[in-house]
Ligand binder design. Sequence first.
Ligand code: PMP
Length: 321
Amino acid sequence: MELDGIQVYHDGDFVKYGDAKVGLLTHGLNYGTGCFEGIRGYWSPDHAEVYLFRLAEHYERLHLSAKLLLMDLKDDVATMCEATTKLIRLNEYRQDVYVRPIAFKAAEEIGVRLHNVKDDFAIIAIPHRSYFESGAGLRTAVSSWRRIDDNSAPARAKLTGVYVSSALAKSEAVMNGFDEAILLTADGHVAEGSAENIFVVRDGRVFTPPVTDAILEGITRKTVIELLREELGLEVAERSIDRSELYQSDEIFFSGTAVGVSPVIEVDRRPVGSGSPGKIATALADLYRDITLGKVAKYHHWLTPSHATKTDRLRKAKATV
Ligand code: PMP
């Protein structure tokens, strides 16, 4: 796509993508010293609105990732949220969007460290394209690459450099003919996909790896746990999962901003359950889609409208008090 003309937010200003330059020696580019987010905006033709899903929570996570990198972000969560909705309006997006906020060590100098390096922050919003082409369930393989250990580089923070681990696993899986990889922890338990959390259903019980098993603490994961409890009456057990449980499960599904809720139909050439998307995953995927499109009033508080201006939103909030 043509990026040059789109408006981005960079270091406190709204500028053209082509004018927001970084140099070749930028610390974050050389050492992977950055952190980022992935946020989805869903276009609702019925409401003529782009709804940003759990916007503030993404920026809260970004601030936690930044803290780990000893960054001092100038913008607070509210300012980042406002900048994001403004970007959608400035670019006149009336379609699904993907928002990529990124904070990085911006000094153009040699020297690997975290302290005393200046930071930079940008938000880029682009039209969204579907993450997986396969709509009928994903074929996966357990990766030969292990998920990075918390004591090497924490997976719980969304750090740019750590994504080498995801990229190695994803390319291995795709080049071997699969849709996605499943990574194990250093001690051999199931962690997550290359960019998704994982859920396993066995005998009507739902499991997901605990946050201490080298996973990103996904916002969709949290959403799915709540929806399973509230809407399907299923309590999720957060416990370590063995590789062989994947082969004996009735259902497996991924959760993530990019993929929403996506059923897994095969692991290591073994069918999951009957080999087609399971009932729980399908019900969840439908519910999640309706929620993101603003069709479920109960979960409207997870959505930030971007075309309604701040004044409109305040007026609307007052009118409903
Ligand atoms: N794990 C990894 C490694 C990811 O990159 C992502 C995507 N952000 C997720 C899990 C899912 O997290 P979320 O639901 O917050 O998008």
